[in-house]
Design a binder for this molecule. Structure first.
Ligand code: NAD
Length: 492
C-alpha cells in the first residue's frame, strides 16, 4: 500500500559516497512509487560551499541509469533538495539548519516531521547528535528520528560511548541503526521460510540440525577503503554486524508477532545466548587471514594503497560459534567472510542430521546424507533444498537431488534495493529491520574477545586471492568432522 510520507530529511554527509551511490537512488525510487511525493524536502549538508543548483545537478548525476530516471521526474524530484554548507563542530551552523528546516516544513507542509540521516564518518555521530539537541533542531510538532550508519563503534566501549551520546538527544525508539543486510530481500524472507512452512518449523533446532553455515564472500579487495578498513578488519566490518544479524534470524525463536518489539525480543534472546569465549577458546575457534596475490588487480593486502607494510589487519575470518539457547546447544554455527575470495556470494546453509534409522543400508547405501537447505542471499536470490531419493535404475541406490529456486535477474532488478526498504521503514516509523542497542552490546562483547585473542598473537596466515581463505579455515571444521558448504557456481 502506497502512503505518502511527509518529512524534512537532513542528510549529514550529503556530498559523500554513500549518499550518492545509495541514498539518492533509494529516495528517488521512493519518489517514483509515491512514498515521497509533495510533502518532503531533503537538506544535504557537507563542508563544501555548494549552491542548491549544483547540489541538484549532483543528485541528477547520481540517478543516471536508475529505473524511471527520465528528465522530468528527475528534475521534479531534485527540486525538493537543498544544500547547506555545514561544519559539524560549529553550533551556529545548526541554528541555520534549524531555520532552513522550519522554512522547508512550511513550504512543503511536512507536518513537523524530522528525519536526520548520519551519512558521515562515525567520529562525528556523537557531536552531531548533541548539537541537534542543544541547538533545538528537534521538532515539537512531528516525529524526530535518527538514522545512523555503521560502524556503530569499534568495540564495546566505543559503541557504548556512542550510544550514550546519541541517547542524549534521541530515545531508543527514535534511533534507526542501519545494518543494510536487514534491508535485503532474502534476509527478510528468512522469517517466512522458517515460520511459514510446517515442513521446516518443527525441525529447525538441535534435534534435527547438525550445523549451520554462513559465508559472506567478497570478490573485491580493499579498494579505496584502506583508511577505514585498516582500523576495522573483517571481524569488525562483517562479523559483528551482518553475520551476527544473520545468526539471529536463523536461530531466533518464533516471535509472538511481527511487531518490531516482538522481533527484536526474539533476536535479542539469541544474541544474548552467544556462548561466551575465553581468550584461549577464541584463539581456537577463530581463524584469520590476509590475502596475497601477484597480479596488478590482486596484490598482497600489505601492498595496497593506504595499508601499512606490516599491517596485521585481517581480510578474512572464519569461526565456530555456539549458542547457549536450549534450542541450539551443541550446534555449531560456522561463519566466514573475506575479501578476494573465489566469487561474491552470501549463502546460508542449514545442514540437517541424517535420518537415524537407515533401511537402505542393506541395499548398498550405508551412509545416507542429511538434507540441506541453502538460502542464497546475494547476488543470486533463492533457495536450494537437497533431498535424498532413489537414483534411476534397477538397483535401489539412494542419491542426493537438489530442488532449486532462484528469483530471475529481472525480478531482482525490479525489487526494492536494501536502502529503499530501510529508508521507507524509517519514514514509516517501523524499526523492525534496524539494530537495537542490546543486540550491539552482546555482539561487541563477543567479538571483543576474539580481537583480544588475536591482538595477543603475531600470527597472521595468508591466503591466495581468488581462494576460499587460508587452509586453517578448512582445518577448523575438519577438527569437528565437518567441511564447508559452498556453492561456487553463479547459476546453479
Ligand atoms: P565519504 O567520506 O564519502 O563522505 C563523508 C561526508 O561527510 C562528505 O559529504 C563530507 O563532506 C562530509 N564531512 C566530512 N567531514 C565533515 C565535517 N567536519 N563537517 C561537515 N561535513 C563533513 O563517506 P561515505 O563513504 O559516504 O560514508 C559515510 C558513512 O556511511 C560512514 O559512516 C560509513 O562507514 C558508512 N557507510 C558507507 C558505505 C559506502 O558504501 N560508502 C557503506 C556502508 C556504510
Amino acid at each position: 500500500m502506497t502512503q505518502e510520507q511527509a518529512s524534512v530529511i537532513t542528510i549529514f554527509g550529503g556530498s559523500g559516497d554513500l549518499a550518492r551511490r545509495k541514498l539518492y537512488p533509494a529516495l528517488f525510487q521512493l519518489y517514483r512509487h509515491g512514498i515521497l511525493h509533495d510533502h518532503f524536502a531533503v537538506i544535504g549538508t557537507a563542508r563544501r560551499p555548494w549552491t542548491n543548483e549544483y547540489y541538484r545537478d549532483v543528485i541528477a548525476t547520481s540517478l543516471e541509469g536508475e529505473a524511471g530516471a527520465v528528465s522530468d521526474s528527475v528534475h521534479a524530484f531534485a527540486s525538493h533538495f537543498y544544500y547547506q554548507s555545514h561544519d559539524v563542530t560549529d553550533a551556529d551552523h545548526y541554528v541555520t539548519l534549524r531555520k532552513l528546516s522550519a522554512q522547508l516544513d512550511d513550504k512543503y507542509s511536512a507536518g513537523g516531521n524530522r528525519l536526520f540521516y548520519m551519512a558521515m564518518a562515525p567520529q562525528f555521530f556523537g557531536i552531531i547528535a548533541s548539537h541537534i539537541r542543544s541547538e533545538q533542531l528537534l521538532s515539537a510538532s512531528g516525529y524526530n528520528r535518527l538514522v545512523i550508519e555503521k560502524p556503530f563503534g569499534h568495540d564495546f566501549d566505543s559503541a557504548k560511548e556512542l550510544n550514550d551520546s546519541i541517547n542524549s538527544a534521541f530515545d531508543e525508539d527514535q534511533i534507526y541503526r542501519i545494518d543494510h543486510y536487514l534491508g535485503k530481500e532474502m534476509v527478510q524472507s528468512l522469517m517466512a521460510i522458517r515460520f511459514g512452512n510446517p515442513v521446516f518449523k518443527p525441525i529447525w533446532n538441535r534435534d534435527y540440525v547438525d550445523n549451520v553455515q554462513i559465508t559472506l564472500a567478497e570478490a573485491v579487495g580493499v579498494e579505496e577503503r584502506a583508511g577505514y578498513y585498516e582500523t576495522a578488519g573483517a571481524l569488525r566490518d562483517m562479523v559483528q554486524n551482518h553475520i551476527m544479524q544473520l545468526i539471529a534470524y536463523v536461530a531466533m525463536p518464533e516471535p509472538e508477532s511481527l511487531t518490531p518489539a516482538a522481533v527484536h525480543q526474539a533476536k535479542r534472546s539469541i544474541l544474548e545466548s552467544l556462548k561466551p569465549l575465553t581468550t584461549a577458546q577464541a584463539a581456537d575457534n577463530f581463524v584469520r587471514g590476509q590475502y596475497v596475490g601477484d597480479t596488478p588487480d590482486q596484490r598482497d593486502y600489505v601492498q595496497e594503497d593506504g595499508v601499512a607494510a606490516d599491517s596485521k589487519t585481517e581480510t578474512f575470518v572464519a569461526g565456530r560459534i555456539e549458542l547457549t539457547d536450549s534450542a541450539w546447544t551443541g550446534v555449531p554455527f560456522y561463519v566466514r567472510t573475506g575479501k578476494h575470495m573465489t566469487r561474491k556470494s552470501t549463502q546460508i546453509t542449514v545442514n540437517f542430521k541424517p535420518t537415524e534409522h537407515n533401511i537402505f543400508a542393506p541395499v548398498g547405501c550405508p551412509d545416507l546424507s542429511g538434507n540441506s537447505l541453502t538460502i542464497f542471499v546475494e547476488p543470486e536470490e533463492g533457495y536450494r533444498l537437497v533431498v535424498n531419493s532413489k537414483q534411476l535404475g534397477q538397483d535401489y541406490h539412494v542419491g542426493q537431488f537438489p530442488l532449486n529456486f532462484r528469483h530471475t535477474a529481472n525480478e531482482i532488478a525490479n525489487a526494492p534495493e536494501a536502502y529503499e526498504h530501510l529508508i521507507q521503514d524509517a519514514l514509516a516509523g517501523n524499526q523492525t529491520n534496524f539494530t537495537r542497542w542490546h543486540e550491539l552490546k552482546a555482539t561487541w562483547q563477543y567479538v571483543d574477545k576474539i580481537r583480544e585473542a588475536w591482538d595477543a598473537s603475531p600470527d597472521m596466515p595468508t591466503y591466495e586471492s581468488g581462494s576460499m581463505g587460508p587452509s586453517a579455515s578448512d582445518d577448523l571444521l575438519a577438527k569437528y568432522g565437518d567441511s564447508w558448504s559452498w556453492d561456487g557456481s553463479a547459476n546453479d
